[in-house]
Design a protein around this ligand. Sequence first.
Ligand code: SF4
Length: 340
Amino acid sequence: MRRHVNIPIFIPHKGCPNDCVFCNQKKIAGQIKSPETYEIKKIIEENLSTIDSNTDIQIAFFGGSFTGICREEMINYLKTAYSYVEKGQILGIRISTRPDYISEEILDILKKYGVTSIELGVQSMDDRVLMLCERGHTSADVEKAVKLIRKYDFELVLQMMCNLYGSTEKDALETGKKIVSLKPDGVRIYPTMVIKDTKLEELYNEGKYIPENLENTISLCGKLYMLFYENNINVLRMGLYSSKELTEDGNIVAGCFHPSFGELVFSKIYLEKAENEIIKNNLQNKNIAIYVKKGNASKMAGNNKKNIKYLMEKFSLKGIKIVQEDSFLNFEVKTSENLL
Ligand code: SF4
């Protein structure tokens, strides 16, 4: 099977005139220099030399709002990346941007220079939350952008956030449902962090923003994951990347950052499925077997066997054996009395 790899190129806050309450990009934009053409080439070539040939490679411009960069500079970035597409070394280019920075003129340029995937920062489909977070766009802008992107036949990934300022679990799940109705190819789910030097930090210090705890955030992301999964939408990522800039020097003031956030969510999904199965099959007080898809035993067991310990105690079980089955679907869990 072919692997997929992105070569990430960070363009700090370029092209974004906005100042969303949770974002510190504007503050750090002056401190982090945007890469010059020769630096972009160096990043690409260094990465290419280490990636094996059985790989689909994309160059991914992220940070800021790529299509908001002045045309000349944006085209220069694209031309540099596109030269590798023309040589057949790179399959395509991936960019991320804001919904209100999509137009036919922009999409024509992206198409011309080999962009294949567009990621839109949706964050919420609730206009009240978008306004409170000072996003500077509405849910209607998202719908309009999605329609245009679809017309041009790009791969489309929508990014959403949970625990936003003014947001509840209910509206995050509503955002999830609206995203499903837009039929993206993939989504990313990011819990909100209180980052140093942001308006959200001020709101947090004033007691106006109270971050959600890790447990509730895992539970909400589990519900969102299953919503997308059941609608055949690929979840590319849950939780922020653990970058040096983010985790160093107390940059995260509050919020439930965890380097293995996605794993914790999967573990919670398996736990809930196993609980339901045990109840459904009346397996309390028994010695049981839990069947999962091959490769998913550690997700079922949980970190330090947390799920196993929890199930043993909650259902007064005599023992649990995890059995891995090739034929199982992801997240399929079956239980039976273990008679072996
Ligand atoms: S649109 Fe994106 S880059 Fe711009 S301020 Fe908001 S989060 Fe930051």
